[in-house]
Ligand binder design. Structure first.
Ligand code: HAM
Length: 437
């Protein structure tokens, strides 16, 4: 029986064209992260499953994790997210390194999800996290970094928005105003999360199971309708919650002062599915209705290091997925022309006698940092030209009997159409031609 050529369900093969796109995006992410003084790190593909049990949340553990027992009877999981790994790594070194420390990584992750638009089982996710930053400032920098990456990829506030909320604020409203226990408040998170995905009747039905008092339920529906910071402040004022919301209100002030409100909007439905968040939470969305899934998600987590018996060290970060980002960049036509391969020279021998000379010369040219492809076997000039043009090479180098006899090669610039014969001993001239100086 023939084997299946398709990749495993929900995974992708990256052919050279897709790889060019991936490299373009990853290079931009790395470049901008380093402008923000974030340092690269990486962790293992497998972790002990317990690492995720502690704080990643039910959905990830019950439905999405790829886990198995290894040959040594350890229960392990393929990383479904990077935050527990980065927290584990931070827990090892936080005493020695200067704080705050800023790290970024672009790992591949696996989640057992139904493959669909914006969702695969194996996916690449850029992560940036800052540890030990003063309250509120790490959050601002992380938002600036997220905006920086989106802008670096050519996007503006017309293309995307950052929807933001704060778990401290949500807990205050849910627990104080609706008189819910922390467990009930958590159940209400799920209702808030669903508000844009299901109809009003279904929301009301879910709410009734948690808030039994009609007046309080009405207040919850009012909360769900808030869609900007001004209305939120009014809601807090009317319900006597201003004093309890000071941390968040100070943060909102900063967002306004630091010109982040061009991108950032309040959204009551952003609560995030992962358990470890304790403060600001946010997601980046495409403004185009075609792409409904979040491009990125993140927030502040104050207590994650405590699962390793370490003192609390506040962290803030976000994850940005390549699948949703590619949909976004494609929809808005923000991808540059990535068709061109980055090879400079195509070399061909038009006489079999020149084979050895061409192999040697190609090797020499490459040693000057000029990418060179050598066509194998005696080749007709026409075939070499067709190939060079198809692959968008910049130069073609030919050697036949005539050139061999004179110890020369024929070099043609495919952009200017200029052609000249150059001695193969004169490497300085040859490289000058290719480098254009
Ligand atoms: P998350 O919201 O689970 O957060 O994922 C962040 C982003 O990863 C999503 O917005 C999406 O772009 C992408 N993503 C998630 N699942 C899939 C999937 N199945 N297929 C394709 N793309 C996907 C986290 O993972 C947090 N650990 C982020 C974080 C870092 N928080 C703090 N630091």
């Amino acid at each position: 029986m023939a084997l299946n050529k398709a990749p495993y369900k929900g995974t992708q093969d990256f052919f050279p064209a897709q790889m060019r796109l991936r490299n373009y995006v990853f290079d931009k992410m790395s470049e901008i992260s380093e402008h923000f003084a974030y340092e690269p790190y990486d962790g293992p593909l497998l972790e002990e499953v317990e690492l995720y049990m502690a704080k990643s949340g039910e959905e990830l553990i019950n439905d999405q994790i790829y886990s198995f027992i290894d040959r040594g009877d350890r229960k392990v999981a393929i990383r479904p997210e990077m935050t527990p790994t980065v927290a584990r790594m931070a827990a090892q070194v936080h005493r020695e390194v200067t704080k705050p420390f800023r790290w970024y990584a672009i790992p591949n992750l696996m989640r057992y999800e139904k493959p669909q638009k914006g969702r695969l089982r194996e996916f690449w996710q850029y992560n940036a996290d800052i540890f030990g930053a003063p309250e509120g400032l790490g959050e601002i920098e992380i938002l600036q970094l997220a905006v920086g990456i989106m802008k670096g990829l050519g996007a503006t506030h017309e293309h995307f928005e950052i929807l933001l909320n704060d778990r401290r604020l949500v807990d205050n409203i849910f627990q104080k105003l609706f008189c819910l226990s922390p467990e009930e408040a958590k159940k209400l998170y799920k209702v808030a999360d669903k508000v844009k995905k299901i109809d009003e009747a279904a929301i009301k039905k879910m709410t009734a199971l948690i808030i039994t008092d009609d007046k309080k339920a009405e207040l919850f529906y009012q909360y769900l309708k808030l869609d900007n910071f001004t209305d939120l402040k009014m809601f807090l004022q009317q319900n006597d919650l201003m004093a309890d919301s000071q941390d968040f209100l100070t943060f909102v002030n900063r967002l306004e002062k630091f010109a982040l409100t061009t991108y950032v909007k309040f959204d009551p439905s952003i609560v995030r599915g992962l358990d470890y968040y304790t403060g600001v939470v946010f997601e980046i969305f495409d403004k185009h209705p075609e792409n409904r899934r979040a491009i990125a998600g993140g927030g502040a987590y104050a207590n994650l290091l405590q699962i390793f018996n370490e003192p609390a060290l506040p962290g803030v970060g976000f994850g940005l997925g390549l699948v949703t980002l590619t949909d976004f960049l494609t929809t808005h036509k923000l991808l540059p022309d990535l068709v061109k391969a980055s090879v400079d020279v195509l070399m061909a021998y038009i006489s079999p006698a020149a084979e050895q000379e061409c192999f040697m010369l190609a090797q020499k040219i490459r040693s000057f940092g000029i990418s060179t492809e050598l066509m194998f076997g005696e080749t007709k000039p026409k075939k070499a030209f067709t190939q060079a043009e198809k692959k968008h090479y910049r130069f073609i180098v030919l050697m036949g009997d005539e050139e061999m006899n004179k110890n020369e090669v024929q070099i043609k610039n495919l952009e200017t159409r200029e052609q000249q014969n150059v001695s193969i001993q004169d490497m300085e001239k040859i490289t000058r031609i290719f480098k254009g100086n």
